[in-house]
Design a binder for this molecule. Structure first.
Ligand code: BDR
Ligand code: CA
Length: 313
């Protein structure tokens, strides 16, 4: 069975990504590496432990990641995050804290060890800033050839950003790290806003979860309603909330859900477009494409998988 690591800034759609992974019998979630973004690192780890407990999977270990990008020494949360994900990252819904603690091994070392242990069987899915994987690649560059695949949520190829005209939230918080990853030669599939903003959830679906009558389903419904409400204000034209992070997990489990374009990407790290994801013109003619960018998604099939996997938890 394939092994999966989720690297999360546990927010609402990150929580849905955990749920999708735990509802997928094709993969074993061997650990969560925490990062900052929607919430600070400490809150993210607290969420990861509490959520995996609530979903009945206390065996999932949580590893502390780096608390901020390498180009800043400040602990940062995007200003919009509290509005989208709530103060606690999970829509301000209160769930019991876990009695477990994060592991003492760092996220960076855990990623390196897992790449060496599981090799091609390892799927790494980052759905926050790419700070941890960039640090792992700096410390052990050989893992780029060992790791099976990296399926990340971030960036956009054909549409604009969501935190600025150019930049998507996960990439914007550490453009240098994302650029290092994109140019490392590691096998990366980028699931950007091009496709995630086509996969939307509405109150109709969360009502179905509430009807299941379990603690976990009530939590997921209440939390996701907070997210849908935020989207009603920020993106009323969409008619639902974007399932960004669960789509990355879904593609990691079943790549046929999307069509991809093979293209070596880079991230602008200088100037006003810092944080933009774009084709790397220095590698345009390189016949070896290490990256795939999702450009089309089978929306009905994904939503069907999403509802049945989460409903089955
Ligand atoms: C991404 O940014 C975060 O707010 C979400 O969790 C998702 O990973 C979408 O741009
Ligand atoms: Ca996220």
């Amino acid at each position: 069975m394939k092994k999966m690591i989720l690297d999360l800034d546990t927010g609402i759609d990150d929580t849905l990504a955990i749920s999708y992974a735990l509802g997928s019998p094709e993969v074993e979630l061997i650990g969560i590496t925490s990062t900052y973004g929607n919430v600070l690192l400490e809150q993210g780890m607290r969420n990861d432990l509490a959520i995996t407990d609530l979903l009945g999977h206390p065996e999932v270990k949580v590893y502390p990641g780096l608390p901020h990008s390498s180009t800043t020494d400040s602990f940062s949360v995007l200003p919009i995050s509290e509005f989208i994900h709530g103060k606690n990252g999970i829509g301000d819904v209160q769930i019991p804290d876990s009695t477990r603690k994060p592991e003492t091994q760092s996220a960076v070392d855990f990623i390196i060890d897992a790449a060496k242990t599981y090799g091609q069987d390892l799927i790494y899915v980052p759905t926050g800033p790419m700070t941890n994987i960039a640090a792992a690649l700096r410390k052990a560059p050989e893992i780029k050839d060992q790791i099976g695949k990296i399926v990340l949520m971030g960036g956009a190829l054909t549409v604009c950003g969501n935190v600025s005209a150019w930049s998507e939230a996960n990439i914007s918080q550490d453009p240098d790290a994302a650029n290092e990853l994109f140019r490392s030669g590691a096998p990366v599939t980028m699931i950007g806003l091009d496709v995630t903003l086509q996969t939307l959830l509405t109150y109709k679906e969360t009502a179905r979860w509430r009807d299941l009558g379990t603690k976990a389903s009530a939590f997921l419904a209440d939390m996701t309603d907070f997210y849908i409400k935020a989207y009603e204000t920020t993106s009323p034209h969409l008619g639902g909330c974007g399932l960004h992070d669960p789509l990355a997990v879904a593609v990691a489990v079943d790549p046929t859900l999307v069509k991809t374009l093979p293209i070596n990407m880079q991230v602008d790290v200088e100037g006003p477009t810092r944080g933009r994801t774009i084709g790397d013109n220095t590698r345009l003619n390189d016949p070896h494409k290490t990256m795939q960018v999702a450009v089309e998604v089978d929306v009905p099939r994904f939503l069907n998988e999403f509802m049945s996997r989460i409903g089955g938890l």
